[in-house]
Design a binder for this molecule. Structure first.
Ligand code: XBP
Ligand code: MG
Length: 252
């Protein structure tokens, strides 16, 4: 079995986008529209159970706002709010305000040098990904990824495996040739559902998620001078993730 490709989730995996990117962007869009909807850090943690921004807004209204009377054009309102939220998020990301997580840039660069193919599989809107890569990973880095599978390109978002199936099909690769990188339970269900061995790096929002089935669960990718911590799964005896580590993990 040879490792050919790495498939990355974006939100929470490449960068901590949720708390300081998506969440304030939603709140700004709500305020601009004159709505009294507001998602604090604790509430957003619960709302993250639902992937997809439009789906999340509908879930919020259905489960947390029994007082809110939906207008006839509620779906259109949600779509408009989501467009506004995407503009606000993109502007934030374009200021370089959302840095990559530890080890991400190094590992991506090393993987490219080693000839590994790279792809993205995320539920977020495509524009959010390209702006984030361009401004936080570096100019031209979206070309590092031969497939950017994102958003509504498949009808069923994570935890459905569809976005991973889509990326694998576009690359012409079998799941067994690849590794996936995720940060959340929904993401892991999606990658495992597509048959992908998965490395999880947790963040504040996902620390207590159920990561049963992950090959390894780490605090972050780590760097040679900044070790990570292994929370569960395979012990490869190295406190940072590099290509040799990934090849060994893939063999297990
Ligand atoms: C990410 C999501 C996305 C973002 C918001 O999940 O669920 O919905 O929170 O982006 P994952 P949009 O990391 O598992 O892909 O508002 O563009 O949907
Ligand atoms: Mg994620």
């Amino acid at each position: 079995m040879t490792l050919h490709a790495l498939l990355f989730d974006v939100d929470g995996t490449l960068a901590d986008t949720e708390r300081d990117g998506h969440r304030p962007a939603f709140n700004q869009a709500f305020a601009d529209a004159g709505l009294d909807w507001h998602w604090d850090v604790a509430l957003y943690s619960k709302l993250l159970a639902v992937t997809g921004g439009k789906e999340r807004m509908k879930h919020y209204i259905d489960h947390y706002r029994p007082d809110y009377r939906k207008p006839d054009n509620f779906d259109e309102l949600v779509a408009e709010l989501h467009k506004a939220k995407t503009r606000i998020y993109s502007a934030l990301a374009a200021q370089g305000g959302i840095p990559m997580r530890p080890g991400v840039k190094r590992l991506l660069a090393e993987a490219r040098t080693a000839g590994l193919r790279l792809a993205i599989a995320t539920t977020t809107t495509p524009e959010n990904v390209t702006v984030l890569l361009e401004h936080s990973l570096g100019a031209g880095t979206q070309d590092w990824f031969e497939v950017i599978a994102a958003g509504d390109i498949v009808p069923a978002k994570k935890p459905a495996p569809d976005i991973y199936h889509y990326a694998l099909e576009k690359m012409g690769l079998a799941a067994a040739d690849c590794l996936a990188f995720e940060d959340s339970e929904n993401g892991l269900r999606a990658s495992l559902g597509a048959g992908l061995k998965t490395l999880v790096t947790v963040n504040d929002y996902t620390l207590d998620h159920d990561f049963t089935g992950a090959a390894v669960v780490l605090t972050n990718l780590g760097d040679p001078g900044a070790p990570n911590r292994r929370i569960a799964g395979a012990d490869l005896g190295q406190p940072f993730v590099d290509v040799a580590y990934l090849r060994a993990l893939h063999q297990l």
